[in-house]
Design a protein around this ligand. Structure first.
Ligand code: IPD
Length: 273
């Protein structure tokens, strides 16, 4: 695909994604507000999250289907619907990233929507549904928040860097992640765990975190936020030359990527269950 076609496609896809993601974020926020009474009467708090996750994903899928009928959609709740012949676009959606925050009402949960063309993410939007803050990016077109172009931080020393991370849901995986963290924390400025990977990656893009890593992320957790971080100048990859994926996602400014990568490799951060 030529660069010109990729750039115009990316802008067009972002234009489609933005209003859909905004409506989805509004649905997530409203459903939580309305569910407070419901929780006290009939359903459990977990039901609220599941119902909202499903409703938001359904709404986004329906909107995408009517805007671009042939495109595929990979979503956290309803899986992977195939891209039809004639389209090379697959949307990647996390209807509510940060579900535990959503459960507790911590204002750190997001709708994350990315568009992949021929397997490469070209456009992405992440909206914090609790606050309305928005991050967007198109490949080659930069990362943006409220009309402001984003640049990741420029630290050179791992010991002075603030690092974000997250943990999986499985206890055995967590034990390994905890062991890695116990050794890493002595070698960095400090650690943050905010609870929504898409927002963590946007925080790297904005320089609110110097870097971020996590094992076990699915494409819907990192597709849109990863593009925001990349377009803000960060390197986003796995370990040992692998692309970002289930084994590991590391996002860091170029000067920090090497030292952080080597430390994570030494600590076997992509290993374990
Ligand atoms: C989770 C969040 C969390 C990360 C987990 C993810 P979910 O996504 O992004 O920060 O640590 O690995 O699974 O379940 O809230 O969509």
């Amino acid at each position: 695909m030529s660069e010109i076609r990729a750039a115009s496609t990316a802008g067009e896809l972002l234009k489609i994604a933005l209003p859909i993601a905004r409506t989805a974020a509004e649905t997530a926020r409203r459903m939580r507000a309305e569910a407070i009474t419901d929780v006290q009467t009939k359903s459990t708090r977990t039901d609220v999250v599941t119902a909202a996750d499903k409703a938001v994903e359904r709404q986004v899928i329906d909107a995408l289907r009517s805007a671009r009928p042939g495109d595929g959609v990979l979503g956290e709740e309803y899986g992977d619907t195939a891209t039809e012949p004639g389209s090379s676009v697959r949307w990647i959606l996390d209807p509510i990233d940060g579900t535990v925050n959503y459960l507790y009402g911590l204002p750190q949960y997001a709708v994350s929507l990315a568009a992949e063309v021929d397997g490469v993410v070209q456009a992405g939007v992440v909206i914090n549904a609790a606050t309305g803050d928005e991050w967007t990016a198109t490949r080659g077109g930069g990362a943006w928040r409220d009309g402001r172009r984003l640049h990741c931080s420029a630290p050179t020393d791992l010991a002075q860097s603030l690092i974000g991370t997250g943990f999986g849901y499985d206890a055995k995986r967590r034990a390994h992640q905890g062991a890695v963290l116990a050794r890493l924390i002595t070698q960095v400025r400090d650690i943050r765990r905010f609870g929504a990977a898409a927002l963590d990656l946007c925080a790297v893009g904005e320089g609110l975190l110097d870097a971020y890593f996590e094992k076990g992320l699915n494409a819907w957790d990192h597709a849109a936020g990863g593009l925001v971080a990349t377009e803000a100048g960060a390197t986003v990859a796995g370990l040992a030359g692998a692309p970002p994926g289930l084994d590991m996602v590391v996002a860091a400014p170029p000067a920090l990527f090497g030292p952080l990568h080597d430390l994570l490799a030494e600590l076997d951060a992509s290993g374990g269950p």
